[in-house]
Design a protein around this ligand. Sequence first.
Ligand SMILES: [Zn+2]
Length: 259
Amino acid sequence: MPELPEVETLCRQLKTILPGEEILRIEILDARLGKIEGLVGRRVEAVKRRGKFLQICISGGLTAELHLRMSGRLFWQKGGVPVFAYSRLVIAFPAGTLILIDPRRFATFTVQPLESTPALVEDPLGGLSAHRLREIARTRRLPVKSFLMDQRLIAGIGNIYACEILFAAGIDPRRPSSGLSPVEWRKVAKMSVAILERAVACRGTTVSDWRDLFGCGGTNQDHLAVYARKGEICRRCGGRIERITQGGRGTWFCPSCQQ
Ligand SMILES: [Zn+2]
């Protein structure tokens, strides 16, 4: 599932291509996306990210908002009319074609007036306030890893980055989020930004099927300290990485480095 660094990677790549381009044609290949009307002939003015939503701002005060959900991928093709398995949406521009590929069909694409997009929860790439995190966490008993992954509180941290952030901060993922000290929240906030910024610089983490706009894998998997490393040696202390299950998801951590 694309997390925040992957969506940011797509956003930065789209920014280099789409602004100024006219929408020539829209083909909806999956009726589940619903109707998409009124975009042909308009120009892209900007591309933005709001949490894990990609926003394409279009002339005339419209915003097309895309969420990739479980398995959505965006692919850019210069020239030609490409046919891919699981293509759900094709948008043609003079410079090329943008294709939404989505085997599980949960991705959404909606068009709305510019001003109607609601305000966002905390966006870690904008910098996280340790004080604010502690305020939100004060009354929550859920484990700190689940807290970081709650999309209603913080946008875009999924399983991979939650494990890596807590390792970098030296925090045991099982601890209740209400029990972290101000110093520990400062570490979590600082490491969240650092881990996610590195992942963006690496164009995401390719451990399964993530590909960027041009079909290339990311390189952040080379930097993973704990994720999917059960039984391997911790590079910090020489101990063994362990795996537990939390909320139905695997959690990898180092029991001696994370207290
Ligand atoms: Zn360790």
